[in-house]
Design a protein around this ligand. Structure first.
Ligand SMILES: Nc1ncnc2c1ncn2[C@@H]1O[C@H](COP(=O)(O)OP(=O)(O)OP(=O)(O)O)[C@@H](O)[C@H]1O
Ligand SMILES: [Mg+2]
Length: 217
């Protein structure tokens, strides 16, 4: 399955989510091909740190290349694609063959507006018979219950056409930043932390068959 993680806005958490999902799949014993289509190459850098530090298993990251769509379709296991708008043609190409697109949305009105605009771009990028599932979720949700912005942003997402709200939020937590800089997923750096649990819930909802698979079969 080809899962593209994308958003118009920078810093919304694409690379963080792509990396943690990729390592989660690897830890489940599932082969993963990750693609970094962003010239900033954050995902590649994290994977390099991971490899240099000797953390196992390594995450194999491929870069943007010619005939991208063909390359993406070639992998038998899970494919995770991290894209930024800095490379628009590649982003459109990836979305054109995606099985699903996951949009991290920080909880603010400008981010909801940007998501709405991005949905229009996805619609233009998707042509022919390919109809990817489009999911948006709240990343960097406030951990304080009294702050209502995440609820409001989720309500706003529900009103947008062409997208489904994915209800498993990821919260604003320092460990996401720290783990990324060390080349580790949040659940490797601190297995019992809240971020580890929320990533597990998040990933299990996206890959239910892999989450429920009996090890060794
Ligand atoms: N839930 C979170 N809590 C705390 N920090 C986060 C969270 N998600 C992402 N971050 C941090 O925010 C910064 C930006 O995240 P990330 O690089 O994943 O975003 P991006 O969408 O890939 O950005 P870009 O558009 O620049 O590629 C990183 O330092 C990352 O660790
Ligand atoms: Mg990024």
């Amino acid at each position: 399955m080809i899962t593209v993680i994308a958003n118009l806005k920078g810093g919304s958490g694409k690379s963080t989510v792509a990396f943690n999902l990729g390592v989660w799949l690897l830890k489940k014993g599932h082969p993963v091909a990750a693609y970094d289509l962003d010239p900033q190459m954050t995902l590649s850098d994290v994977a390099t740190v991971r490899r240099e530090e000797g953390y196992s298993p390594p995450l194999q990251v491929y870069l943007a290349q010619e005939s991208l769509a063909e390359h993406l379709k070639y992998h038998p296991g899970e494919v995770i694609v991290d894209v930024g708008v800095a490379n628009m043609p590649r982003m459109k190409e990836a979305i054109g063959v995606a099985d699903r697109v996951i949009i991290p949305v920080p909880p603010s009105q400008p981010d909801v507006w940007a998501t709405q605009r991005f949905l229009k771009m996805i619609k233009d990028a998707v042509s022919g018979e390919n109809h990817p599932e489009i999911l948006a979720f709240i990343n960097r949700a406030d951990t304080h219950h009294a702050v209502r912005e995440s609820d409001e942003a989720e309500e706003a997402i529900k009103t947008l056409s062409g997208v489904t709200l994915y209800p498993h939020r990821l919260f604003q937590r320092t460990i996401y930043r720290r783990s990324l800089s060390e080349g580790l997923s949040v659940f490797e750096l601190w297995p019992n932390c809240k971020a580890a649990r929320e990533i597990n819930t998040f990933a299990s909802g996206l890959y239910p068959e892999i989450a429920n698979a009996v090890p060794g079969r």
